[in-house]
Design a protein around this ligand. Sequence first.
Ligand code: ADP
Ligand code: AMP
Length: 209
Amino acid sequence: MGGKNIVFMGPPGAGKGTQAKILTEKLNVPQLSTGDILRASKAAGKLAPELIKAMDSGGLVPDEVVIGLIDDRMQQPDAVNGALFDGFPRTVVQAEALNAMLSKRGKRIDVAIAIEVDPSLLIERTVLRRTDKRTGQIYHLKYNPPPPDAELVHRADDTEVAVKKRLDAYARDTSAVIPFYEKEGVLKRVDGVGDVGEVTKRIFAALGV
Ligand code: ADP
Ligand code: AMP
């Protein structure tokens, strides 16, 4: 199924990044995560202070900023045949912009996967998330413990206060992207609770691969 354009949606902690990293190898398309791009830009000292503030406190960064990042990223050679969009679009304005960018290239979103997880599980999933800064591998202190030699980072927005704000932003701005793709006839809902491997199987089934 190479060459498809796939969107991963779901609240913070749903497992988008974890599943995207597994699927991207099997589907032979790159993972385009606006969160990862923004964090890399912050780590390189290139992100404007007001954007750092918005991210770290759990707010969204402005639509035009992330649309510009995705537009640039889609022009890189590895993304011309398809991509797995993770954490983008997060508003209907972004979803419309993505459709326009793809349509210029004669493409469309083929499948939008909504990973569903009960909200009561999301605080624990995010607050105990750790990432290995060398490999980008995502761990969980309880459900997917890191190896002893991992160089762990704890995201600045994975605090209970910031996660609550991110869940509010999801309910207010991002949840409307689900009916957007439902209307386009490309939405698939996947239960995100269970073993990581089990969730991967459900996503493959939803993608028909
Ligand atoms: P998202 O990208 O949607 O914010 P992540 O993929 O980073 O979510 O996952 C959030 C946290 O939950 C991570 O610590 C990850 O290890 C853990 N996690 C991911 N999938 C599962 C799962 N199926 N069961 C339990 N924990 C999971
Ligand atoms: P994520 O890694 O997807 O959880 O994103 C981390 C943070 O980056 C979010 O809480 C936002 O502040 C910002 N961000 C990432 N993607 C977007 C987006 N598509 N629109 C607006 N803000 C975003």
